[in-house]
Design a protein around this ligand. Structure first.
Ligand SMILES: *[C@@H]1O[C@H](CO)[C@@H](O)[C@H](O)[C@H]1NC(C)=O
Ligand SMILES: *[C@@H]1O[C@H](CO)[C@@H](O)[C@H](O)[C@H]1NC(C)=O
Length: 332
């Protein structure tokens, strides 16, 4: 049994997509019989929370992808947290003028370990279960580890994300897709290098106003990071999005929904036609003792259908030929 499961785990780690599908599928969430698809919120997103501690600034950047592993986004500057993770934190203590990093470390919050070991242990509950006024989902992801800075003890870590129903928001407001963000950062660094020559105004502009990283317009909000009752560390996030609404159907496989609708329409049409024919035939049989073609309602018309069709086809063909070579013929 153990050999089997470890073989499965190593096979799964070769295919990160499969591994994540096995653990938590953001596009197929089921809770209390409701279905949710959070796929549009997938992709790597980043927020930070900064605090002034004495002279220093502790800036913790949280990087997450609820639908897949982080991949290269799990590397932040020189800090590495494991590419098979889904949520990582990067804690950097900056000097007060925030020109340089004094110390820093990366910590995994949720996701699998390097070779696919561990478990995400997803727990999904509807917010309505606790508060009938709130609509949405609470998703708990775990599998992370956090080393307490003061005790150096390793504790379990996880994240609790409350996806709150907000029909007016996609959830991506205020978020920048990580790829373009990195590009931007690289470009800014390049510009800084260029400006380095004229150091005259450099000192004055060095210190931008302190921001703790919050942005009230952003759909994804940092709530807290700290120790929970069960001695584990929990990152709490709040995410406003229409995809957490109980009755959000648009975009959820809409094409297959439409296909289903038309299939039903066609089936119903044929059922009605069949019922009409059968009932009509039965009526003709009983009332008029009809046999053969006469059984069918409108039997005469039906018998003519092939001829009518032939006639119609001939006319169509003539029209096309007429416009091509023999102009004017079709008008006759
Ligand atoms: C914290 O780090 C982020 C990068 O993740 C950066 O954009 C932000 O400006 C930093 N904030 C402070 C106050 O240093
Ligand atoms: C970041 O690290 C500093 C110093 O190591 C610590 O005081 C602080 O609590 C940490 N914060 C987080 C969110 O990990």
């Amino acid at each position: 049994m153990r050999i089997l499961s470890s073989a499965f785990i190593s096979a799964a780690s070769l295919l990160p997509n499969l591994a994540s599908a096995v653990t938590f599928d953001c596009s197929q969430i089921n809770a209390d019989g409701y279905k949710y698809n959070l796929k549009p919120l997938g992709g790597v997103h980043e927020i930070f929370h900064a605090e002034q501690v004495g002279d220093l600034i502790v800036n913790t950047t949280y990087v997450l992808n609820i639908c897949n592993v982080l991949g290269s986004a799990a590397n932040f500057e020189e800090y590495k947290c494991g590419t098979s993770r889904r949520i990582c934190g990067f804690n950097r203590t900056l000097t007060a003028d925030h020109t340089s990093v004094q110390s820093g470390f990366a910590f995994p919050i949720a996701g699998l370990e390097h070779m696919g070991q561990g478990a995400i242990d997803t727990k999904v509950t509807r917010l309505k279960n606790e508060d009938s006024d709130r609509e949405g989902l609470r998703v708990k992801l775990s599998g992370g580890k956090y080393e307490e800075p003061d005790t150096k003890k390793k504790k379990n870590a996880g994240a609790v994300i409350e996806f709150e129903c907000d029909p007016g928001r996609s959830g991506l407001e205020g978020l920048v897709e990580e790829d373009s963000k990195r590009l931007l950062r690289a470009r800014e660094e390049g510009e800084d290098g260029g400006d380095g020559n004229n150091e005259g105004d450099g000192n004055g502009e060095e210190k931008e106003p302190f921001s703790d990283g919050s942005d009230p317009d952003r759909s994804l909000q940092f709530k807290s990071f700290g120790k929970a009752d069960d001695d584990s560390y929990v990152l709490s996030l709040n995410w406003k999005t229409r995809y957490a609404c109980d009755h959000y159907t648009e975009g959820r496989g809409s094409s297959s929904n439409h296909w289903g609708f038309f299939t039903w329409l066609i089936i119903i049409f044929f059922l009605c036609a069949a019922a009409y024919l059968i009932f009509g035939s039965w009526l003709n049989y009983n009332r008029y003792g009809a046999r053969g073609w006469d059984l069918l309602p409108h039997g005469d018309t039906l018998r003519d259908v092939p001829y009518l069709f032939q006639d119609w086809l001939r006319r169509v063909v003539n029209t096309f030929q007429g416009t091509g070579s023999r102009g004017g013929y079709s008008a006759v």
